[in-house]
Design a protein around this ligand. Structure first.
Ligand SMILES: [Zn+2]
Length: 245
C-alpha cells in the first residue's frame, strides 16, 4: 500500500521525515453516517500515513491508488485521539476526523502512536494535489504552483440543480452516474404521478404528487449538502489528480 502511495510520498515528505505507520481505510465526515453513509466507502478510501511530523491523508481509489486530494495534520495540532474497535478519531481545534475500515489491531496501534497530550491551535491542512504546498484554507488556486482548484460552491449548486452533477464536476464519475440514475427514477415517478392526476382533476390533482415532490426536493437538497461536504474535504485539482506513477 505504501508502494502505491509512493508517487505522492516522494513529493510530500521531507528528506529526513520518518514514516511510522501506514494503513488504508475509510474517512468519514460525522454526519455522512446519517445520509449516504452506505455509499461512503466508494468515494472516501484514504491512505493514512503517520510520520514523525504529521498525519498525512491521501485520498485513494478502492485499489489504494492515489486519486484526488491530500491533507495533513501537523502532530502538534492534535488535540485528542480516541476511538474503539476499528475506529480512530483524531480531534483538532475545529473538527474531528473519523477513520475506520482497518483491522482492529491496526487501529489500536495507530491510536497508541497518536496518543498525544498537546492542545494547540489549528487543524487539518489541505495539500495542493500538484506541488503539495500546505494551506490552512481552501484557496481558488495554489499560491506556490498556480494550480487551479474546483469550487465547492459550483459543485454544491450543480448538485442542487440535479443530484450527481456536482459529484461529476468534482471528478467522482461513477458515484455521480449512480446518483443521476437514482434521481432520474424519482423524477420519473414524480412526473408520472403528477401528470395523470392533473389531467384528471386539474390543479387540485397536483396534491396527489405532493409527497413525491417533497422526496424530490429532499434528494436535491441532501445531495447538494453532501457534495459541499465532499468538495470541502480537500483541494480538487481542475486538471488532474494525485500522481499515481
Ligand atoms: Zn501547488
Amino acid at each position: 500500500m505504501l508502494r502505491k502511495a509512493e508517487p505522492v510520498l516522494e513529493q510530500v515528505l521531507n528528506p529526513m521525515e520518518v514514516v511510522r505507520f501506514a494503513t488504508n481505510g475509510v474517512r468519514q465526515l460525522t454526519w455522512w453516517l446519517l445520509t449516504a453513509g452506505s455509499m461512503n466507502p466508494f468515494a472516501n478510501r484514504t491512505t493514512l500515513v503517520l510520520t514523525d511530523k504529521r498525519v498525512l491523508l491521501i485520498h485513494t481509489d478502492s485499489k489504494q491508488r492515489p486519486r484526488m486530494f491530500a491533507n495533513q495534520l501537523p502532530l502538534e495540532r492534535i488535540r485528542a485521539t480516541t476511538g474503539r474497535n476499528s475506529y480512530v478519531f483524531i480531534r483538532t481545534g475545529r473538527e474531528q476526523l473519523m477513520f475506520h475500515g482497518v483491522k482492529r489491531s491496526e487501529a489500536r496501534q495507530l491510536r497508541g502512536l497518536l496518543d498525544s497530550t498537546a492542545t494547540k491551535e489549528g487543524g487539518w491542512q489541505n495539500l495542493c494535489p500538484r506541488c503539495f504546498a500546505a494551506t490552512d484554507g481552501a484557496p481558488p488556486s495554489c499560491e506556490q504552483c498556480g494550480e487551479e482548484f474546483k469550487s465547492a460552491k459550483k459543485a454544491t449548486l450543480r448538485s442542487l440543480l440535479f443530484p450527481g452533477l456536482g459529484d461529476f464536476y468534482l471528478g467522482y464519475r461513477k458515484y455521480a452516474m449512480l446518483e443521476i440514475i437514482g434521481a432520474t427514477l424519482v423524477w420519473a415517478l414524480f412526473l408520472s404521478t403528477l401528470a395523470p392526476a392533473v389531467a384528471a382533476k386539474g390543479i387540485e390533482g397536483a396534491l396527489v404528487a405532493g409527497p413525491l415532490f417533497a422526496l424530490v426536493a429532499f434528494i436535491h437538497i441532501g445531495d447538494a449538502l453532501l457534495t459541499r461536504a465532499k468538495a470541502k474535504t480537500g483541494l480538487h485539482s481542475k486538471d488532474g489528480a494525485l500522481p499515481t506513477n
